[in-house]
Ligand binder design. Structure first.
Ligand SMILES: Cc1cc2nc3c(=O)[nH]c(=O)nc-3n(C[C@H](O)[C@H](O)[C@H](O)COP(=O)(O)OP(=O)(O)OC[C@H]3O[C@@H](n4cnc5c(N)ncnc54)[C@H](O)[C@@H]3O)c2cc1C
Length: 441
């Protein structure tokens, strides 16, 4: 939808080819199964969406999404300790993924130059290895096919994209791809938030430490619209949470700190437990194909997926749509635009894969010496960020995809990181007595 909102600025007509029937509301649908699980929209992604579709954030908040100040409204145990609740530096939009999709879709489809062919799938690219000239699409029920001619085709079919195979069918070389898979599994359940905690409650999040000699397990509580809490548990290979309802709270209590389990112990469940194993980091380096054809681009999960615990996929997709807009506005060719999208992906890709390769049983290319040094540096930086506000800011700017990663290496930050934390880190969850009382009391 975000890509469509960009394309309509540059072309007379845009057709979205969509496999699903799109619901008229924020409900789940089969084409986006991950929508059942926690979807944090980082401020960097939220600003990108707002710049493409002004008014979206207000619409989201009006529909019940929560604006979570970061780190002031965040109770978060990082790999290196509790993140202090310093005054707001960034923010996260906290609501269901279905709500994000619905609000964005409503905004985008107001433009009648954009049409959606639902219940339809692309089955092949038209054209040749030099230039793509459209797609062959198929109706999912009647199996009838039509050729859609187009000046530009953008693949945004997500993690199941068949673009690599379509490229080789055109006679192009196989795309280089990489993956790092920690074997992570997700389990998610929705609860009714206690009435006194249904508004103004923080995100509560216990992360894993990849250096621990056992699987990395996490628990995250997100306040979402309609007075609900969405709770996602995760565990890497060997520590996967079950989708058995009876073990949900005990798993939440068993992670590095039991706070999420304690908060939901008496909460009323509103849904079954949903599971997901779609969590590997996987990247197609389309930008490296020298003979990339004219008239074709890819963005979103079709290019790269990330371990979802980092909460970066939607934001990178939105920033890639901005890169698409910048490239088309500057009159750049397809390969150059695809390279621009690759640059948007780089930071989030490095952040996720450098951590994930450490988990026991992780599958992927071992890190180079430079990568290992960077990993140690990042750990020390995150530890320093647990007490030094200036470092916390730079780290959170990078983590919310709001500021340049390069700042993590600025002389000031390197110096502060080398010096390390200057106070001791809180040993207890940073939940206030009032917040705890609103749940237990
Ligand atoms: C468990 C889980 C949790 C996540 N948590 C977060 C998070 O906290 N924060 C975050 O930012 N990101 C998160 N992500 C990542 C996020 O879901 C994706 O990065 C994001 O949805 C990518 O957007 P996309 O448009 O590329 O793909 P998708 O959102 O997957 O959309 C693909 C679209 O293409 C359609 N489609 C697919 N195949 C075809 C086809 N063959 N023909 C026609 N249409 C097709 C689908 O119906 C859908 O409409 C999570 C992912 C998972 C798996």
């Amino acid at each position: 939808m975000l890509a469509a909102s960009v394309l309509v600025r540059h072309f007379d007509e845009v057709t979205v080819v969509e496999r699903d029937k799109l619901p008229d509301g924020p409900g789940p649908r089969s084409g986006v199964p991950q929508a059942r699980h926690a979807h944090l929209l980082m401020s960097g992604g939220a600003r990108a969406i707002e710049s493409l579709l002004p008014g979206t954030l207000d619409s989201l908040f009006a529909a019940g999404a929560h604006r979570i100040g970061v780190p002031n409204d965040l109770v978060s145990l990082s790999a290196q300790g509790w993140v202090p609740r310093f005054p707001e530096m960034q923010f996260i939009v906290s609501c269901s993924r279905g709500l994000v999709d619905w609000v964005v879709r409503r905004q985008v489809l107001r433009d009648n130059k954009i049409s959606v062919l639902t219940g339809t799938e692309p089955v092949a690219l038209l054209g040749d290895r030099a230039a793509v000239s459209g797609v062959l699409v198929e109706d999912r029920i009647s199996r009838s096919q039509i050729s859609l001619e187009a000046q530009l085709v953008v693949d945004a079919t997500g993690r199941g994209s068949r673009l690599p195979a379509w490229l080789t069918a055109l006679g192009l070389p196989a795309v280089h791809s990489e993956s790092v898979d920690s074997g992570l599994a997700y389990a998610t359940r929705i609860f009714r938030a206690p009435e006194s905690a249904s508004d103004g409650f923080p995100i509560v999040n216990v992360q894993a430490n990849p250096r621990d000699p056992h699987p990395g397990c996490t628990a995250t509580l997100l306040p979402i619209e309609d007075g609900r809490w969405l709770v996602t548990l995760s565990g890497t290979r060997g520590g996967e949470p079950s989708t058995d309802e009876s073990s949900f709270v005990s798993f939440a209590r068993s992670v590095r700190n039991p706070v999420v389990g304690e908060l939901i112990a008496d909460a009323e469940p509103l849904s079954p437990v949903y599971g997901s194993h779609s969590t590997a980091n996987r990247r197609n380096f389309f930008e490296r194909i020298r003979s990339w054809p004219a008239g074709l681009l890819a963005l979103g999960d079709s290019v790269a997926t990330y371990n979802p615990v980092y909460g970066h996929g939607m934001s990178i997709a939105a920033q890639s749509a901005q890169a698409l807009d910048a490239g088309l506005s500057a009159g750049r060719g397809a390969r150059q635009i695809q390279r621009g999208i690759g640059k948007v992906v780089d930071g989030a890709w490095a952040m996720a894969t450098n951590q994930d390769i450490l988990y026991p049983g992780a599958v992927g290319k071992p890190l180079s010496l430079a990568g290992r040094v960077l990993q140690r540096y990042t750990e020390r930086l995150v530890r320093t960020a647990t007490t030094e506000a200036a470092v916390t800011r730079v780290f959170l700017d990078a983590f919310t995809l709001s500021g340049p990663m390069a700042k993590l290496m600025s002389p000031k930050v390197v110096w502060a990181t080398m010096r390390g934390p200057r106070r001791s880190v809180s040993a207890e969850p940073t939940l206030t007595a009032d917040e705890r009382e609103r749940v237990t009391g």
